[in-house]
Design a protein around this ligand. Sequence first.
Ligand code: 5AD
Ligand code: SF4
Length: 480
Amino acid sequence: MAPGQVAEGISPGPGAAGRKVFVKTYGCQMNVYDSERMTDALVPQGFSATDSVEDADLIILNTCHIREKAAEKVYSELGRLRKLKAERAESGKQTMIGVAGCVAQAEGEEIARRAPVVDLVFGPQTYHRLPELVTRARAGESVVETEFEIEAKFRHLSTPSAAPAPAGRRGPVSAFLTVQEGCDKFCTFCVVPYTRGAEVSRDVDQIVAEAERLAARGVREVTLLGQNVNAWHGKGPDGRAWGLGELLHRLAGVEGLDRLRYTTSHPRDMDDALIAAHRDLPEVMPYLHLPVQSGSDRILKAMNRRHTRDDYFRLIDRIREGRPDLALSCDFIVGFPGETDADFRDTMDLIERVGFASAFTFKYSPRPGTPGATMDEHVPEAVMNERLQELQALVARQQKAFNQSLVGTVCDVLVEKRGRNPGQVTGRSPWLQPVQIDADESLIGEIVAVEITGREANSLFARRVSGQDDGQAHPQRVHM
Ligand code: 5AD
Ligand code: SF4
């Protein structure tokens, strides 16, 4: 948002300057991005961000509905905040509490009813109106806004990165950029199509402008975000609807952007142009989060995934053909209604055959309002636990083997920040693992060639390789 744009017609009001906002983020990267935009939107109202909830004049819970008992967790957090609000009131301080995100969208009025401590409830498509909503809440109104106004949000909310990074401080070197929201896939277990609504894509010009602003601030890696990011089909400057492959080509041309990633994708939307972008663009990192959820055709059908296990195998083969060093990450659900031992074996077999560098694993839990919630044939909890453990053990073995296979090889690392210990910096490998390097902080923001010297469960250790040009080298490492 350009400062002042959203807050048009709203003055900060008396005593508004110096107020602090604390945003607690649950869930996915999309929420992390949204939380940052919410804080940005409040700057013209005199708010600045704080890391301390006790100091906050406005507390926002940016919620996620994907996980089990999400709403209950929000209500118990609100119970704790009620006490904090009362304590602050005793010392004469006003505290406003807002609930945002997918739980806000799903629960709406119910939140204000069950937790009167809440001053404002607003869904993911209304963040560009936050200054106005806060002003109304301050005036004593109980605000509940859960309209879908996604185009308006995209029009208004872009990063405030036109402003240079504060003097003496570097901005982040890796940033998120939302390119689409919502989803039209309607997997039978998932609430996203209900809480985030139909798929909406941002236009190319808007995305490029935001990417250029980020690059001008020193960002070298951008991760494009969307609930179903590879379904993105934004309008190009030529009036045509572009696909994600074409967008990646355009963004690869943005001066200063050296690394591109995108998440989360659906197998059905990996089209030829996107697969070719993995092959042709060195900027597109060889790491792809491509959830399959299950390896059983029967369960995939019941999940309404609209692809088979063979489709998935063929797809992975095609992407790896152009990019042999591609590492894959995945989401799996165990215990979907009706999942038999044989179905679960199919999932394990798929994992063995594909080989994953990492995975997120979930026990199925019904979400009210989804078709899955009305399916019987529940899998007993004990069976789900057993399956989850077995699956996690297999993925952990694969992750370890993958990380071990990198030891002794040379790769590029984008150095992001200070490391764990003095004299260390931390960056990311092309495959997204955190890498600890013994090197000086002056390297932050650089892409450096390193030799991987060791590994832990989730991270790598490395030393700089001297006498070699830094840049985007392309190690031809064959996957496992
Ligand atoms: N139960 C369990 N896991 C779920 N996910 C989404 N909905 C559910 C549910 N009802 C998982 C999927 C998705 C990830 C973000 O969360 O694996 O890809
Ligand atoms: Fe949910 Fe992803 Fe399926 Fe869309 S594609 S319904 S976001 S699991």
